[in-house]
Design a protein around this ligand. Structure first.
Ligand code: ZN
Ligand code: ZN
Length: 170
């Protein structure tokens, strides 16, 4: 995706609207990115700085880290950056302040790499079907309800586990 910023740089317009789909290039392990990732926002002159203010949405699917249930959702986060024409900031600064600056090249913005990186960083470390998911019962393997037990008493052992116990007495 490239966005032509030259009309804004020349002062011909005061706002450029951004509303495009993009394809993130990396996802955290265990996360499948679904089609439909989007960035929508605006680019405008803010006190001498060219600012991109936008909202990014990324549909995804994955599995709950505790119960392995399918988890589907849309990751959403703000993506605000100052656009820096070449020669106004050093390469070191761009690298150090990657969450603040985006480089402009010949008046064009190509945010895909920075967007991909942000998508990767914004995902939660572990996906859960719900924040209080209790995972699976270690005895019967059933998903534990949010309250109470799965039905096994602490001493009761699943017949399949009993069979395993015969095979592996220890
Ligand atoms: Zn879960
Ligand atoms: Zn159980």
């Amino acid at each position: 995706m490239t966005v032509d910023i030259t009309p804004l740089l020349r002062g011909e317009v005061s706002v450029i609207t951004v509303d495009c789909g993009f394809v993130p290039d990396r996802a955290p392990e265990g996360v499948r990115l679904l089609p439909g990732a989007r960035i929508s926002g605006r680019i405008s002159d803010s006190g001498g700085y060219i600012r991109l203010t936008s909202e990014v949405t990324v549909p995804y699917a994955g599995s709950c880290a505790r119960c392995l249930d399918r988890v589907e959702g849309t990751l959403g986060f703000r993506f605000d950056r100052t656009l820096a024409p070449e020669n106004t900031v050093t390469a070191e600064l761009l690298e150090e302040e990657a969450d603040e600056y985006l480089p402009l090249k010949d008046g064009f913005l190509d945010p895909d790499a920075a967007l991909g990186e942000s998508v990767f960083l914004e995902f939660p470390m572990v996906l859960l079907c719900s924040p209080d998911c209790r995972g699976l019962c270690p005895r019967c393997g059933k998903k534990l309800p949010s309250e109470g037990g799965c039905g096994c008493s602490p001493r009761e052992i699943d017949p399949r586990m009993e069979k395993l116990k015969e095979l592996f007495p220890d």
